[in-house]
Unconditional design. Sequence first.
Length: 227
Amino acid sequence: MICKIQVVTIGEDGRKETREITSIQRTDVKPETLGLTLAEGKMILKDLQQVVVESQVSSLLLPKRTCPECGEPRCSKGNHTLSVRTVFGRLTVRSPRLYHCVCRPHDTKTFSPLAELLPNHTLPELLFLETKWASLMSYGMTSELLQDLLPIDEAVNTFTIRQHVADVAEQLEQEMGDEQFCFVEGCQRSWDELPVPDGPRDRRWLCPRAAQGRTVRGDCRQEHLGF
């Protein structure tokens, strides 16, 4: 038995493109050969990711080759490769560099649309897994787990994981905004005017002890503690 896995891409113009990813061959049924193996699953996911990314990049770059102001085609300076790290492996895509149109001034002569879209070459989903697992175990074990479960060819450097965790923490810290001294609005005078619940008028009851205990010294003296 031979199973062929193909991907059919349908463009916005309705044109279809069929690409064969791989073929799985089985001659018998055993526990070791029943279904897909982990290695085969990794290979299929990585190849499928490559096809999907290439199709997305092609659809993105097609309108970028024309100036949106005057409609003239932009000249190409060349192509370079861009490496992108995803949960399904490291991918390499072609990233063209285009000249700006002369219909209006620009700060630079050329630009790379794909590089502007992907300033960080590690996708957020992989950053999430690295940060989540690194918070539960060591960086070395996180690297090994990523390589065991995901279609990653080479182990992720522990320094890279640590740097990514620090970057995510800094980003979350910036999203929280400036540190606040107090999260309750108002002043002490306004708080003193609030009605006191039924019970003792002494406001010290609002700060109950969280813990208390007793210690006995060697000379049988007892001391009471409260926090």
